[in-house]
Design a protein around this ligand. Sequence first.
Ligand code: TPP
Ligand code: MG
Length: 355
Amino acid sequence: MRKMLLAALSRMLQGPAAAAGRTGAVSEASRVMVASRNYADFANEATFEIKPCDLHRLEEGPATTAVLTREEGLHYYKTMQTIRRMELKSDQLYKQKIIRGFCHLYDGQEACCVGLEAAIKPTDHVITAYRAHGFTYARGVPVREILAELTGRKGGCAKGKGGSMHMYTKNFYGGNGIVGAQVPLGAGIALACKYFGKNEVCLTLYGDGAANQGQIFETYNMAALWKLPCIFICENNRYGMGTSVERAAASTDYYKRGDFIPGLRVDGMDVLCVREAAKFAAEYCRAGKGPIVMELQTYRYHGHSMSDPGISYRTREEIQEVRSKSDPITLLKDRMINNNLASVEELKVWLLVDV
Ligand SMILES: Cc1ncc(C[n+]2csc(CCOP(=O)(O)OP(=O)(O)O)c2C)c(N)n1
Ligand SMILES: [Mg+2]
């Protein structure tokens, strides 16, 4: 079993060619192709028009243009691709019974964790629910430690005792299995930031399925009353465990649900929209104005968990349509290629170049 895992991990880290079962010769050819293009041929940066956010109780919102440097673009692309492939590999390992227990995958939602991480500092804080693998990686835990955690090994980031739902690292508080329970904890972390006089913020994430719970509103109240530097972030992926948001919520305007707390509705499939909105929200909190709510409109390709095939309450066609029209990785890749920030070949062999 250990051998199978290591082989899988090693294939994954060798990039698309190896993952597809191709070896040596193709990889070498790819290396040559990349080397033949001079890095001076690429643009250093490009400016993009991005979708404006919907605003609640705010006169002005985040920037509607975003500058993306080549270096940032490559970093976001690699991070999103790594998360995507880690999740697809986890799906396989689960089906082979190498990963056991609960397992919630993040493919489709990669622009959320990557855009958020790009907007904050390592000293800021993040807490989320059980769909935690992407955040764990974005906060700095290597793939190896995440897969080791998923497979119950002591080299895992929680010594193999937490599994999919309970991963932690510095300034990342998990990985919480009880729906909504992490939201009051996030406000507590924000209270600590304020109490110790640190100009830090806490990103407190929850799903659309948690957004109707009473504890969320109690927390909003305390955070607003005490002006806590808390960014409440609802990842609206359109479904709870098996129920569409329309069937579960009287108002699906999650960015307005803080009532007296200002809010933003953000295109969560666009890493640049997420980054700009999160920068705005973090500045808002650091200025001492209190909490802010962000709704990230996103989509998960997998079912709720590995035991949910994810097609009894939504159609295959819907999933296919999101994949083909709104995929976060394709969107970034097209932007980079069309604006000469990277070449097709380079992005194809990205892992070979970097690892
Ligand atoms: C208090 C509580 N109630 C019910 C559950 C079972 N449960 C796990 S996830 C979930 C739905 C959550 O949906 P959402 O917040 O939209 O997150 P998503 O899975 O879509 O990322 C439910 C009902 C739970 N874990 N905790
Ligand atoms: Mg949901």
